[in-house]
Design a protein around this ligand. Structure first.
Ligand code: SAM
Length: 446
């Protein structure tokens, strides 16, 4: 320190390396968070109910004291854990408000579904980028896989597909275990998964989660299900269906769509005054999060959440809503079937997932069905004019290219798209924060 002051030189690493090292560290940070979720670490901290010392946590959960100390310091630097001093002046630890709200299985909504899908699906998908760059075609088509849901599910849910090559895994028996492992490592309550849940992969920087002790039994059960006990019980099928575990690809898909919208749902339904509308139809409503928020915000509005039959069936179980009948669920295919009547249609994260032809088909159908003066509310993250931000949206645009023929759009592209279909009064409301959602309201003219 004295030497530095003596020479009076500014000491700084090459700023050109900053962005690169931040991205590298971001990937490691993400993996550490995933492993902590999978190990039930945040659930364990939450279960203590008050800030706890390292000694107490180490004793209660059998964690190695030194590794716990280092892990806590790391998580404090990520602001996922808060450290504070107790009256005796020693450090105590608790989950941050974000961790407690979104990364623990005992809370609803949770972002765990999105994090797991991102890890198991987007990670492997990005490996196709060099090939996509050359031939422009995605190897994997999420829409085909979603459509497969209509045509029946296998015992564990929808047919699982090799994310890299889109071969049905039933045709690839040798690879099945590997791929299932990749997609849903903690899903099926099989012996292998139970064993795996105690044996965490090595962590970076010499940290070794294998040293982490077995989780309490209750925690283990939660881990196997990837969701909170309350969510588990709420979505548990009726007794005659108990052999069909709710933790399958479909429930994970629904959980991930829920995590996509949960942080902005209450903002987007208040983005415009929708009170003049009487009947809203949420097309491709997913978990029903937007429908539920809408129904809560506009108590006089009849809201219909519309999605493919298996999604509607499971979403109602996973996210039950104490409705007085103003929120209804209807199953169908928005391309092939008649859509319910309404004076307000909602498309949340639907348009960005389809090619131009399908987008045109859907918008034509909605326009034809709307009464004059009716509205369409589109919930999508809008790219900046030059399409170089926001970062979450540019990343998602590339992920869409890897899994569909869909894309993200900027405001002028949305303007053109809606004008092409006869919609007018295009209004944008940007939702502040790091999120996947802005709101666009358009009208069918009188
Ligand atoms: C990305 S999710 C969006 C979920 C929700 N709107 C939100 O913003 O959180 C797209 C939804 O469209 C549904 N979907 C896809 N194809 C469909 C079809 N042909 N008919 C009805 N729903 C469909 C999917 O099942 C899924 O729930």
């Amino acid at each position: 320190m004295t030497d530095i002051q003596m020479y009076g030189t500014e000491l700084r690493s090459d700023p050109l390396a900053d962005e690169i090292l931040q991205i590298v560290n971001g990937a490691t940070k993400y993996k550490i968070m995933v492993q902590c979720i999978e190990a039930g670490f945040f659930d364990a901290i939450e279960s203590v109910g008050e800030p706890a010392s390292l000694e107490l946590l180490s004793k209660k959960f059998g964690y190695d004291l030194e590794i716990l100390d280092r892990l806590m310091n790391t998580l404090v630097s990520y602001r996922l854990i808060i450290v504070e001093q107790n009256k005796k002046g020693s450090n105590t630890y608790k989950n941050s408000a974000s961790t407690s709200k979104y990364l623990t299985r005992s809370k609803k909504p949770t972002m765990i579904g999105l994090i797991v899908m991102n890890d198991k699906m987007c990670g492997p998908l990005t490996e196709n980028l060099p090939e996509l760059l050359k031939n422009g075609l995605p190897k994997f088509d999420i829409n085909r896989n979603i459509a497969a849901m209509k045509n029946g599910m296998n015992k564990n849910g929808v047919n699982l597909t090799d994310l890299k090559n889109e071969k049905n895994i039933t045709e690839m028996k040798m690879k099945t275990i590997k791929i299932e492992d990749k997609i849903s490592p903690t899903c099926s309550p099989t012996k292998t998964n139970v064993l795996k849940s105690n044996k965490m992969p090595p962590m970076p920087n010499g940290m070794n989660m294998n040293k982490m002790p077995p989780m309490p039994n209750s925690m283990m059960a939660m881990k196997m299900s990837m969701m909170s006990p309350s969510m588990m019980s709420s979505m548990m099928p009726k007794p005659n269906n108990m052999d069909n575990p709710p933790c399958d690809m479909l429930s994970k898909f629904i959980m991930s769509t829920d995590a996509f919208s949960c942080s902005c749902a209450s903002a987007v339904v208040r983005a415009f005054d929708l009170s003049p509308h009487r009947e809203a139809v949420d097309l491709g409503g997913g978990s029903g999060r937007i429908s539920i928020e809408l129904s809560n915000a506009y108590t006089n509005m009849k809201v219909t959440m519309f999605d493919l039959p298996p999604v509607v069936q499971l979403a109602q179980k996973m996210f039950p809503h104490n409705s007085d009948g103003t929120l209804q669920y209807k199953a169908g295919d928005f391309f092939e079937d008649d859509i319910p009547s309404g004076d307000l249609y909602i498309l949340g994260h639907v348009l960005h997932g389809w090619d131009e032809l399908r987008v045109d088909q859907l918008l034509n159908k909605i326009f034809a069905k709307l009464p004059p003066g009716g509205s369409l509310l589109v919930l999508e993250k809008v790219l900046s004019d030059d399409k170089s931000s926001p970062e979450l949206c540019t990343t998602n645009d590339l992920i869409l290219a890897l899994m569909s023929k869909g894309k993200e759009r900027n405001a002028s592209e949305y303007q053109k798209l809606f004008a092409k279909h006869g919609f007018t009064n295009v209004q944008f409301r940007y939702i502040d924060g790091f999120n996947y959602c802005d709101a666009i309201l358009v009208k069918k003219p009188f």
